[in-house]
Design a protein around this ligand. Structure first.
Ligand code: PEP
Ligand code: MG
Length: 327
């Protein structure tokens, strides 16, 4: 398998039945961005920005703008999807006052990601301004983590509007059409997607958190790792519902959680209807190889069969079924 990866780089990410699939990379460090470009990634589907906030002082607007612009320049015209700071829970640091976060009994269910950003809107607006300023230099997209309610999204949009108006007054350039995306990580948000999609240009599914919340199993707690199962029929149905809703809403959807870079699940995601993946760049070629070796129509039929088995599903290993469907 590995040996044949060398030949995969030059080939288009197209399934056996001719479906085109978009493969992008998750990256934050320069070497990861370089690797993504070398491996022919379509862009950066998830640029995490927490690293800027996890040590020392919070970076000012100029520092952030320079950082984002540098990442964008390294991409040579490919799109850069910048996720606003996803701090709290498993991601804390020194730059911010985390006392509010630490006092929480259940930090993963508490003040984190966009919730924390909306508590300190000065810091958040500084980041939004920096992202907008970077957008003057090429295709930048802004992604908001862990949205739960429409009210949160309306507040984010109001802050973005304020940031745009300020930059306009100051005569600083930015992309007026910068796309705004939301991460789908909260099951209730996934079940009511149309409410959020109405105010978004694209969505990105954070399966790491979505699974944690759907299965009530902490993503970093070894003691419940056996419950953290992407093949749980409830999770499979939830993902199917997300991709189906996005399809009928004509909303572009990517998966940027670890599942997207794990070739064991590539066939499942394709069968569920996903056509856009973002992953650790080191995984791009093996996932592409899997796409090239998959007849999506056959995999989808096998998945539909499995979903209709009712309680007998338990006796039929889904991944084997998907592999057998290809023979
Ligand atoms: C996710 O939750 O799947 C995700 C991509 O975000 P993070 O892992 O940074 O929480
Ligand atoms: Mg997440």
């Amino acid at each position: 398998f590995r040996k044949s990866l060398d030949t995969v780089r030059e080939r288009p990410a197209q399934s056996l039945d001719g479906e085109h699939v978009v493969l992008q990379a998750n990256a934050e460090r320069e070497d990861e961005i370089r690797m993504a470009v070398e491996l022919d990634s379509a862009g950066i589907g998830l640029y995490r920005t927490e690293f800027l906030f996890m040590r020392g002082e919070a970076p000012d607007e100029a520092t952030q703008t320079a950082e984002y612009s540098r990442a964008l320049a390294a991409l040579d015209g490919r799109p850069l999807t910048i996720r606003t700071m996803d701090l709290g829970a498993d991601k804390t640091g020194e730059a911010l006052d985390f006392s509010l976060v630490r006092s929480s009994m259940n930090p993963a269910l508490g003040l984190r990601a966009v919730r924390l950003c909306l508590r300190d809107t000065d810091l958040f607006k500084t980041q939004l301004r920096a992202i907008l300023r970077a957008s003057a230099g090429g295709p930048v997209r802004c992604l908001i983590p862990m949205l739960t309610s429409v009210n949160e999204l309306m507040t984010v949009r109001a802050l973005l509007d304020e940031a745009r108006a300020e930059l306009e007054r100051e005569g600083r350039p930015f992309d007026r059409d910068m796309k705004l995306g939301g991460m789908i990580e909260v099951p209730a948000a996934a079940m009511a997607l149309e409410d959020l999609c109405h105010l978004l240009d694209f969505v990105s599914v954070g399966t790491n958190d979505l699974l944690q919340y759907a299965l009530a199993a902490d993503r970093i707690d070894e003691q419940v790792a056996h419950l953290y199962d992407p093949l749980h029929p409830g999770v499979v149905r939830l993902m199917r519902q997300i991709f189906d809703s996005c399809g009928s809403l004509r909303m572009p959807v990517t998966v940027c959680g670890e599942l997207a870079g794990d070739r064991r699940y590539t066939r499942l995601l394709l069968a569920l209807g996903l056509r856009s993946f973002s992953m650790y760049p080191g995984r791009l070629l093996e996932v592409k190889q899997m796409v090239i070796e998959t007849h999506i129509g056959r995999a989808s039929a096998a998945l539909a069969h499995w979903l209709n088995l009712g309680h007998k599903r338990h006796e039929v290993p889904l991944l084997n079924l998907l592999d057998q469907s290809q023979k």
